[in-house]
Design a protein around this ligand. Structure first.
Ligand SMILES: NC(=O)C1=CN([C@@H]2O[C@H](COP(=O)(O)OP(=O)(O)OC[C@H]3O[C@@H](n4cnc5c(N)ncnc54)[C@H](OP(=O)(O)O)[C@@H]3O)[C@@H](O)[C@H]2O)C=CC1
Ligand SMILES: O=C(O)C1=N[C@H](C(=O)O)C[C@H](O)C1
Length: 239
């Protein structure tokens, strides 16, 4: 399969390794100072573009992919304010767009466990829930995209919370997400239901970026030949 990489940083390089191992061809690498561009035969020849750049750059990169009708696997986080606009482009222009806040297969299982646990916790009084996410110091957005997906899983399924708040809140109905930035941590997410008598924790810790990269390549393979809005639930047949 012919793949265009948009963003050739930590994730772009990790994805390239896995894509080559799985027999794919990288036709171009579009980065901030790279000679490769969208308006090129190489980019137009791509069967899918995998985008991991920055919250600021992602939206314009998606529009450039749409311009040339190249399907997108979107990995960048922190651009969700533009989500409605992208959904309209995908529906209105018959585009292909795969988005996951986290491509790791393990995290997507963790998302499902999180929803189940949230439903179960409605049966027990006396608990409060909170979340901590830990990432490397180069990360630009907070909370992480994964933390937002986890928060949505709790808010949609647990009666005690109706919104999330970063770092602190006076409102009992807000789910507080603490974002820690330290060292080279690839990504840790912990959810804790705390009561006077005990605590229940679920925890996911990525050991490297390999799991994110493999998931993104699997998503690219899944995306080929499809149209519309796609996600990990489609790929993993969840829900
Ligand atoms: N969904 C998921 O599973 C995962 C998502 N992510 C997300 O992916 C994104 C990238 O992460 P990561 O690879 O670690 O970050 P890096 O900073 O290592 O890489 C981003 C790359 O994009 C480049 N870039 C910046 N602006 C543009 C632009 N306009 N066009 C093309 N390239 C550009 C940067 O260049 P320069 O350095 O010169 O600015 C850099 O090389 C982040 O938003 C992160 O949160 C990360 C891991 C997993
Ligand atoms: O920036 C990162 O590194 C990561 N970003 C994603 C996020 O914001 O959730 C996924 C993963 O946690 C690593």
């Amino acid at each position: 399969m012919k793949i265009a990489l948009i963003g050739y940083g930590k994730m772009g390089k990790e994805i390239e390794k896995i894509a080559l191992e799985r027999g794919h061809e990288i036709v171009c690498r579009i980065d901030i100072n790279s000679p490769d561009t969208f308006d090129s035969d190489a980019f137009r020849s791509a069967q899918v573009a995998i985008e991991f750049t920055t919250p600021e750059a992602a939206y314009h990169n998606f529009l450039n992919c749409f311009k040339y009708h190249v399907p997108v696997v979107a990995g960048t986080t922190g651009w969700l304010d533009k989500m409605d606009d992208i959904r309209q482009c995908v529906a209105g222009e018959n585009q292909t767009f795969f988005y996951a806040s986290n491509y790791s297969l393990g995290v997507n299982i963790f998302f499902a466990i999180n929803k189940q646990l949230a439903k179960l916790m409605n049966r027990a009084d006396g608990y409060d829930v909170s979340m901590v996410e830990v990432h490397h110091t180069q990360k630009l957005d907070a909370p992480s995209g994964t933390a937002i997906t986890l928060a949505e899983g709790i808010i949609d399924n647990y009666n005690g919370k109706s919104a999330w708040a970063l770092e602190s809140s006076d409102k009992k109905e807000d789910l507080v997400i603490k974002a820690v930035r330290e060292g080279q941590v690839p990504g840790i997410h912990t959810i804790t239901y705390d009561s006077e008598v005990d605590e229940i924790m679920i925890h996911h810790s990525a050991k490297s970026r390999k799991g994110f990269a493999l998931g993104a390549v699997l998503a690219a393979e899944f995306t080929a030949g499809k149209k519309g809005w796609l996600g990990m639930n489609d790929l993993l047949c969840l829900e």
